[in-house]
Design a protein around this ligand. Sequence first.
Ligand SMILES: Nc1nc2c(ncn2[C@@H]2O[C@H](COP(=O)(O)OP(=O)(O)OP(=O)(O)O)[C@@H](O)[C@H]2O)c(=O)[nH]1
Ligand SMILES: [Mg+2]
Length: 434
Amino acid sequence: MKIDTAPKIRRERGDRERAILVGVQLPDAPASYREPLQELAQLADTAGADTIERIVQRREKPDPRTFIGKGKAAEIGERARELEADLVIVDHDLSPSQARNLEKVTGGRVIDRTELILDIFVRRASSAMARAQVELAQMEYSLPRLKRLWTHLDREGGTAGPGIGARGPGEKQIETDRRLVRRRIRDLRRSLETMQAHRVRQTRARGQYFTAALVGYTNAGKSTVLRALTGADVLIEDRLFATLDTTTRAWEIAPGKPIFLSDTVGFIRDLPHHLVSSFLATLEEARFADLLLHVVDAADPDVLDHIEVVEKALFDIGAAGVPRIYVLNQVDRVKDGLALRLVEERLPEGIKTSAVTGEGVPALRDRVHDYVTRRHTDIVVEGDPGNGRLLSYLREWGEVGEITYPDSVVHLHVRIAPRYIARIEEAGGVILDK
Ligand SMILES: Nc1nc2c(ncn2[C@@H]2O[C@H](COP(=O)(O)OP(=O)(O)OP(=O)(O)O)[C@@H](O)[C@H]2O)c(=O)[nH]1
Ligand SMILES: [Mg+2]
């Protein structure tokens, strides 16, 4: 099959590509994009391309044929040749025909923001599940764009022109490829379902435990917070999308009181919808958590926008209703006190931390501990005095207070979270009193 799923940024022999970044500033762009192409440059860097020039064009609306104006596109092509650029990266989503037209006008390789993000995911996905999710997103993205690969055949084939019903070899090939891609999409969906079912079984096995998930904008410091809290040895990098897989760690919020804490894939403005839908399975971790720790980079000038992007994404994946604790991370890097105050105003309950210096980490742990135990209720459980299993279950999941021995039974006064009450009877206890 001739579907090109290789990374679009080529990095053979370890050398990096030279990219020109192009953005269009539309009137409705958020005012806060002080450096409109900053994030794109970071994405390009993560994918293996150096930014050699940034070009921003102001427009009322995108050009339907080329997105940027045709004259500007020709100019960019000129500049690309002058600077010996390898490719042009456009900070927007291009329709298949806009991408095609732009390549014609500039005379070089053009990729859009979605392709760039997909590219990073392709490079970084390492688990079977992440790889399948990325490939699915890639296939869905390329389906409407297959023609682009084959247009040269139409020209070379010398078969009937573009008349109605005329089909050159390119057309037939596209049909074949489309069928192959659709079949691959079906297969991928099926194997993802199987992997997902396995995951659900794993998650269920943790069902009686309290679970929390770290969520947030990419590069906010989620993995660093996971490490600071649990000591987990996870990948931490000053790169976008370092984490693509969910890592779950047991975390003792108090001696002998573990909960589970998961690190998740980060969000970004305009995350390609193919990726969101194919990564839904990974994001379920957030959806089914008892508590979210929304980590923000308090030192980022665009932090307020990032918070909105994440909140909207959480809404889209069905996690809007999960309670949250906000973590204002990277306070050690904050230089602008006023900007920090704005974040604090937006998130008055947030906890200021530095996952690097450790500042605020104990306060975060206490807050989570309070949250987990706040919902505890006091109950009295009756059991057999010889039932060691009951006592150890209650000691593990609750705080056992007074113990009395009326007649030949034992009464245990316990403070415990509602989620653990159901299993007391399985352990041979009878709940007397709530
Ligand atoms: N100075 C400082 N740097 C931090 C802090 N927290 C994280 N970092 C740095 O920020 C960068 C990103 O941290 P990660 O933990 O990888 O961020 P993430 O949110 O997991 O990012 P993705 O997995 O890429 O979405 C790394 O270079 C960290 O060392 C902090 O509190 N202070
Ligand atoms: Mg991470």
